[in-house]
Design a protein around this ligand. Sequence first.
Ligand code: ATP
Length: 499
Amino acid sequence: MTSLSSSTTLAERQSNPQRPLVTLRGIQKSFGPTHVLKGVNFTVRPGQIHALLGGNGAGKSTMIRVITGEIRANAGDLHLQASHGGDPKVAVVYQELALIPDLTVAENIALVHAPSGFALKRQAQAALIAEEALSLIDPHLARTALFRKAGDLSMHEGQIVEIARALSTGAEVLLLDEPTANLTAAETEQLFAVLKGLAKDKGIGIVFVSHRMKEIRQLCDVCTIIRDGKTAIDARPIGMLTDAAIIQEMGQPAHRAEAQIARNDGQPVVATLTGPTIQHPIQRGTILGLAGAPEGPAHVISSLIGHGRHRDWCMTGDGWGNAPTSPRDAVAQGIGFVSGDRATKGVLAQLPIIDNVLASRRVRERRLFVGQNERSECAGLMQALKVKAGSAWDRPGTLSGGNQQKLLVARWLGLPLKMVVFEEPTRGVDIGTKRDMYALIRQMAEEGTIVVWWSTENVELLELCHEILAFDTEGQPKGFLPADRFDEDALAELTGMAA
Ligand SMILES: Nc1ncnc2c1ncn2[C@@H]1O[C@H](COP(=O)(O)OP(=O)(O)OP(=O)(O)O)[C@@H](O)[C@H]1O
């Protein structure tokens, strides 16, 4: 089924940009009874940055796995056109990190250059390769992180290391499956400059999977839209499609209304947020956004839920009691939490979807036995967030990335919580569902829950929150931006990052 050709050189590819590097025609793929790809077409051309779009579960990651050879299609043609004979080098960055935690950053990067283990023996050479790769997108990390264990990196640092590793392989096709979900605005901008350079100067074909419309428009030339396992739009110039048209082609409902300024006027002050240099009153039902360099928001979150070693922030007030000593203690005090690291700290991989969705309810209500109503309770929560799954008894691992993320958020919906803390909760979630999620979060806030929402996507913070606590590039708090001063430039200025 797969045909390989090795007839062109890099110079030829650049002078003949029409010749595709990857061609998929009529590709079909099923997992057991689940028919995922129902005849998709897709073409990756040299020098082109191609957005691969579609709702959660549409089949994008499955297509990527077919291209890399990780899985075989059941039918259709996959044609790969290398420049120097044999397979073209294809590098992938997945949503979930794939670094080896016990190896250093340098070793992790150098491994892809010498899978035989040479990298481990020749530390100095490994460090050189890694430093060069990392300097492309993060010179600071290149200077400071080479000999740190990958397992000690933050999600955000790990993501940068992975991208650097993929870029350094000299691949002719780069597949990026939501690579910016953990990056700050400044890092994203830096990454985009590197990607544009690779496409323009080296004729690399880049596939970019993302649910962030602003980034898609900043970076991509053309887009292909997958809808329910079929190609709905094939390599159309992105400028020819409005956001509304893209959302419609993905089969998602149009926006209900333009974003409005979030208001929480007249609500009583129910708590005080205190940090090293800040004391701030928090009204009932406030949706408080956290923005800026990750260290700042990360410290606030670990203090508020009693996780990790940082305890320099706290929420105090009538009925707030002592600061939680652990996430379990936080839940007992009526504080919910969605971790940004869904793979290791969120999804209960060995338990079925229903247990994942109902976990917090069972703990809060001290349910010992599976209740009669649980099936419909779970179905209701899954429906509210449009979770695409075969059955509530399937393992979460059979779901697409965005659908796994929805399980974590569903856990806390509608619970009478004092506060809920979200760490990058819409990571990998498609545009239509993000809006549904905002509406459900607003509803929780209207019922009195304080919501703390950390996102690296500034447009999201500006759409959802009542106020935003901004941190500078050193992770120091710079101040609160109220809703009536919301503006991308103002937020970029406070955080010291480009909008
Ligand atoms: N190993 C598997 N077994 C069963 N079903 C699977 C398996 N892998 C993927 N699927 C199903 O295939 C469908 C497509 O998943 P895929 O990960 O390709 O979607 P996606 O478009 O990348 O979504 P997202 O935007 O959420 O990442 C999903 O409904 C998923 O449940």
